[in-house]
Design a binder for this molecule. Sequence first.
Ligand SMILES: [Zn+2]
Length: 529
Amino acid sequence: MLKKFVNHLFWSFILCIVFLVPDHIYHLFNKHYPIGLTLKFFLIMYAVSFLILSIKNKKASYVVFIFVMLLQFAQFLNFNFFGNLIYPYDVKLLFSDFDEIFLTLSSNLHIFTAPLISILPVALFMVFINKNELNVFKFEYSHILFFVLLLILPIKAYLSHNILNFFPSVKSYSIKNTLYALSYFLGKGVFENSDNIAVKKFKPYIVKELNNSTDKLNIVYVMGESCNYKYMSLFGYDKNTTPLLDSLRNDKNFEYKKIISIATNTRVSLSMFFNVIREPQNYLQLVSRKSNLFNLAKKHGFKTYFLSKQKDKVISNFLSVNDIDVYKNVYDYPTNYDTDLLKDLEKIDFDGKNFIVLHQRSSHTPYNKYYPKSFEKFHYDKNNYADYMKGTYLNSMLFTDYFLYNVIKIMKEKALKTHTKAIFIFTPDHGELVGDNGKYGHVALDINCVKIPLIIYTVNMSKPDISRFLSHYDVGKMVAKMLGFKIINPNDDNKTIYVNGVDIAGRAGFMKLERDKVYKELYGKDIKN
Ligand SMILES: [Zn+2]
């Protein structure tokens, strides 16, 4: 009995490894494919392997193995095809656009090769354990228990109001990521009617190649976090929160203005911004990645970087990881502070073409977690919530000031040394309320949550004209232009600005704002023309 138990534990362990191996094999084929093992996931997989090994019914055992292989295969194939992990909405799109996808797949049969080779160990092991007597426990109802357990996730999806819980993680495995997307579809997607706004059709964007030279151009884009210009002395705040940026005010290469962010949370904002999406419900344009900035950058030979101080769950795969040469997230850095990113920037060779995105963690809550003690300049009463929030937020602003100033400084030194062109662009993902009308945070659909700064600094090149810019989307188009592409959006009437809520496809609501009203809100006067 004990021997049998030890045997079962041993073979469960082997099976667990066999289930994890395909992701690593696929990673050898495609280095952009992300994986990351956590102890929790390993233990769950170990338990699942224990259960699968105990299935007595051979036919059922084959079904379970084939099911697992399909989860893995689908994820790898999707990644080969789109360069991205499967998202909950993608499953529904697969059904609605099946003919189109099938046509493309059938004319590109080679993309099946790597996914098929990757799942081979699972197939071999399936045959092995069903052909050999391993002296392990076998139970009559194990397969039924397995399928009952599979129902948990769709039920969770049906009851859930937060699709974000079903998003894939770049620190996980294909089995889990596909299962989550599929479960969301089964639990929620199939019950939605066909005029589901997630697949609302818009006119496709036209991406036109420009003749402008992108030679020796370095674009350093800092994507900030929860930054409201209201609290920056650069924009007139009465406390000295941005002394270093203030010192650049009269520098002819420096420019700054107030704009509106594309969304109210990190993930939606980054997804929309880096795909230069204007309409919150334009999910199809988003998943097409046809206007993706990293993709466009690669097309014109830029080396691309996405260096982030945030977690994978927050960093959306909509970024198109396949087009990012150097991809880092919070787990790749030693400290809590954005200044880690400066060391990476120092190392980048500017004598070429680079599209570098530095993604900050400051000023996320708890604000004081993400700046070093030496930035505790504004005092606050720890026991008074409002005072604590305000004080720590102002300190985080002081830290961001230091960080941005140093990014500019490093960029400038490198560009001057290599005689290359360089542009620094800063926008946060969204704004932040810090006790404004008693409110805190940023996810509300409130214009005060999305008021953000745009800061630009150029070296060896003329400043772009940002005089008409009022939104994040305008900035995205500007970056595309620098990368050598013009994005023409036939849906844009040039009169309205959108701000998406917390759902990537606009299902959590969004704001439709008029440009002239936004101008008046930000600048307190009427727009000139
Ligand atoms: Zn954010």
